[in-house]
Design a protein around this ligand. Structure first.
Ligand code: BEZ
Ligand code: MG
Length: 833
């Protein structure tokens, strides 16, 4: 409460500087006291803000930090939804006109080349080397050297180094330094990926921030886009101490963070853990996917079918049906065998629905550029998607969208000015996110789940059960549900409410309407058995929603203890079964909320997949269990509970997660297969058979439950294979290619974790991006590293038996991969010479 409410009120950089000591037992006699180290830090922070305000713009030194994730794959500088180099170029130009001493490269491409190429090849580095810190200097000055060496060995370690010193990657443009944040360091290190807990940053990471603070003497730092690694370094969740890494690294440096307006959850972490003041930016426009190539032809034939006169002769009808079937086969919407014959009408109806869904699915359109508001046409599509029909409201929102609020906010923030708070969320659901350029905040923790979310949770959870029954699979005993912070924040706790309803529970409130815990809904009212729910939390959920973590644990415990027969209460059934087999107390047997160890995030399955250094899919399951095997009880505290988790995995029928925003599909980011894919693989390892993997898509209308393979197919058709999607990305060049690569890598991640990706998807991705010489050359010219990664991923997918291309296709892929690798090396040599 003391953390969340000030954020809603617009506090910037709040911190803990005192409290009651635990030294005295009796709370009432304990005095509030100041914590000297924290108070000194608070004073230092205020002094730095004053210094920022008082320094003339011309004399201010600013560090702009871009990211490099995943490392080495043509992703340097990329950020969610943002065209980073164009935005950066615009920002440097704006700073110059505001009076900063900054040398602005002629174009965004020149800027990118100076950062990514520059002297990189000479140093064998990932980007231009702006400074080299000698190992002696690092050892002498690094305050937490011992902690770092315990994890990473003696300085300088293995990252961003030539063995004798550490590189600070980036480039100085007058008084503005643009730096490339070092990677976490463990991404390419399968052994470290198995660590349960967080650990120290690398030598390079610590040195990077020390250099900005002490050597550059920056007045402020601007983290450029969603998101980097600083705020995910080990430490407490809120109220950080001087022992927490984000606090150590950022110290007293004013920290501004350009952040996607639809991501209040991770944004909140950046605020709480790294002292960031967020400056929100718009997410890209959305558009209807529309149809292309073979889908257009198919639609035309479907229209012809519909226009057939009732008296049309059977022969003519059948010949059109043959054509439709053939056209549907080319776009993988039907099988060629058996011929439809008498079933044509049913098949045509089915196809019509499938094609309509593809045509009207909303997709993100291109990337956002700071300083470049969406075009009139894009604004109109956005406002249509948001369902704004009221003319005066529409005009007002259109004006907010048409104005640039972000550049002025950056200038104002760097003057040490105050930024107003703003709710975060999807523009099409919540237009209060406008204007952007404000400090995002989260939510009131006592109001989640809201009354609306509880009602909607019932509908969505029932939809899930209906789908399972409709597929002929009956009532599930256990649903493994993935809970994230983002979707819960945007829907006031919708997924939490779904989990409660499956268990047959509801939130309980005090007379002020504040959340106090859980209560059971009587079985008569529920009308079906209580379903067991294995809830796995993202690290972000755990950090942001501690009250709700306890609420969910309490709901499970109440259900396990309810005096009901086990055929009507699967939570109780499984808890008894566990106890019979393993002993222990009943509270332990009723643990259902799982997540990471304190201070750790993610299952690392995504990093393993990106790195590719795994042999057998079971390794992914093991990594998942290792990372997510901590149970959170009714006290909200984690404990390692592998046996309970494994026992529950054996009963899981459905693995399930909600999808809440158009911007973020299951193939857009690697987190979905990390969490939902990870648990699916863990279920399969224990049960020996795959679980059904379902997605609750609530991005439009009333919502829709799809199987994972349906969802991946839908996204592939409406996005990766759709010129409307990829041309809008490729217009942003380098970063567009990285997005395409991400789609391919994430698709492989789904194959690896669930085995539920149809082979045609790889075939068509290959045809679209690799077999077409013109497209291949375009991608290679824009971003050779990411293009090589696409080719190599497709080959990897074949080697792992996720598809089997014919020999000619495979030969092309191999040749392309090799040529691109040569080209990457060749480019390096050219620059060095
Ligand atoms: C979350 O909001 O919980 C989340 C966001 C991105 C990746 C993983 C989890
Ligand atoms: Mg993230």
């Amino acid at each position: 409460m003391m953390v969340a409410i000030p954020e809603l009120d617009g506090a910037t950089w709040p911190m803990t500087f005192g409290g009651r000591s635990s030294a005295t037992a009796d709370e009432r006699t304990r005095d509030m006291s100041v914590h000297p180290e924290r108070a000194a830090m608070l004073a230092a922070r205020v002094a730095k803000l004053v210094r920022l305000r008082r320094t003339d713009r011309a004399d201010r030194k600013i560090a702009i930090v871009i990211f490099n994730f995943p490392p080495n794959g043509g992703s340097t500088g990329t950020a969610a939804y943002l065209s980073v180099y164009a935005s950066l170029h615009h920002t440097l130009t704006a700073l110059k006109s505001a009076g900063y001493s900054v040398d602005v490269p002629e174009t965004a491409d020149v800027l990118r080349a100076r950062l990514l190429e520059g002297n990189a090849a000479r140093f064998g580095a990932d980007a231009n080397v702006a400074a080299r810190i000698g190992t002696d200097d690092h050892v002498r000055r690094e305050r937490w050297l011992g902690d770092i060496e315990r994890q990473w060995g003696p300085a300088p370690g293995r990252h961003n180094t030539d063995g004798g010193g550490l590189f600070v990657l980036g480039e100085r443009f007058g008084n503005v330094f643009v730096g490339v944040q070092p990677a976490f360091g463990y991404e390419g290190d399968p052994m470290r990926l198995l660590f349960e807990k967080g650990f120290a940053p690398t030598h390079a990471f610590a040195a990077f921030y020390r250099w900005i603070r002490e050597d550059l003497g920056a007045h402020a730092v601007l983290h450029f886009g969603t998101h980097g690694a600083l705020e995910f370094m080990p430490g407490k969740q809120a109220g950080l101490s001087g022992d927490c890494w984000p606090d150590r690294l950022i110290g007293d440096l004013p920290n501004f963070y350009l952040y996607a307006s639809n991501n209040p959850s991770e944004g909140t972490l950046a605020k709480r853990r790294a002292g960031a003041t967020l400056i929100s930016y718009l997410t890209p426009s959305v558009a209807k996917a529309g149809l292309y190539r073979g889908l257009v032809d198919l639609k035309a034939s479907l229209d012809r079918w519909r226009a057939l006169e009732p008296e049309t002769v059977a022969e003519q009808r059948e010949s059109l049906a043959v054509l439709i079937q053939a056209q549907a086969v080319t776009v993988e919407l039907a099988n060629s065998e058996p011929p439809w014959n008498g079933d044509s009408q049913i098949e045509v109806e089915r196809l019509r629905a499938a094609v309509l869904e593809l045509e009207y699915t909303l997709i993100p359109h291109g990337l956002h550029v700071i300083g470049r508001p969406p075009s009139a046409a894009d604004r109109a599509e956005l406002l249509d998607a948001a369902g704004i029909t009221d003319a005066s409201r529409r005009a007002a929102l259109d004006t907010l969208l048409a104005e640039d609020h972000e550049t002025p906010a950056i200038i104002h923030a760097l003057d040490g000015g105050y930024l107003r708070p703003a709710p975060g969320g999807d523009l099409i659901r919540n237009t209060d996110v406008l204007p952007s350029g404000r400090n995002l905040h989260g939510f009131d923790p006592f109001r989640i789940p809201s009354a609306f979310a509880v009602r909607d949770g019932v509908r969505q959870a029932d939809r899930l059960l209906q789908r399972h029954r409709a597929d002929g699979l009956g009532t599930p005993e256990t649903v493994a549900m993935v809970l994230w912070g983002t979707d819960n924040l945007k829907t006031e706790g919708g997924p939490i409410a779904q989990a409660l309803w499956l268990i047959g529970a509801a939130p309980r409130h005090d007379s002020y309407g504040r959340l106090t815990g859980a209560q059971l809904i009587p079985l008569e009212q529920l009308g079906r058995p209580r379903i067991d729910v294995l809830m796995t939390l993202s690290g972000i959920f755990r950090d942001l929603l501690p009250l709700q973590t306890k609420l969910l644990a309490e709901a499970a415990l109440l259900a396990a203890n309810a005096d009901e027969t086990v055929d009507m209460n699967f939570v109780r059934k499984h808890a008894f079964a566990y106890q019979t087999k393993h002993g222990g107390d009943f509270d332990q047997a009723a643990l259902r909320v799982f997540g990471n160890a304190d201070g750790a995030y993610g299952a690392n399955v995504n990093h393993l997949v990106d790195h590719g250094g795994w042999q057998n899919e079971d390794e992914l399951a093991d990594a998942y269990v290792r990372r997510k095997g901590f149970a959170y009880g009714v006290d909200g505290k984690p404990s390692r509970q592998d046996a309970v988790l494994t026992h529950l995995l054996a009963s899981v029928d459905i693995a399930y997660q909600n999808l809440d925003s158009i911007e973020l599909g299951v193939t857009t980011v690697d987190h979905y297969f990390d969490t939902l894919g990870g648990i699916s693989r863990a279920v399969r390892r224990v049960r020996g058979v795959p679980a059904t993997v379902l997605i609750g898509d609530q991005t439009r209308g009333n919502g829709m439950v799809r199987t994972l393979s349906e969802q991946v197919a839908l996204e592939t058709r409406t996005r990766a294979l759709n010129p409307k999607w990829y041309e809008a990305l490729l217009a942003h060049g380098y970063e567009g290619v990285r997005q395409i690569e991400a789609h391919v890598t994430n698709t492989l991640g789904w194959s690896a974790t669930t085995g539920q990706v149809a082979p045609w998807i790889y075939q068509q991705l290959t045809e679209t991006y690799m077999l077409d010489p013109e497209m291949r050359e375009r991608l290679a010219a824009l971003n050779p590293k990411a293009s090589a990664k696409v080719a190599n991923r497709l080959i990897e997918a074949h080697q792992r038996r996720y598809w089997s291309p014919d020999k000619a296709t495979l030969d092309v892929l191999r040749r392309v991969g090799e040529e691109l690798e040569d080209r990457i090396e060749g480019v390096g040599v050219g620059v060095a010479a």
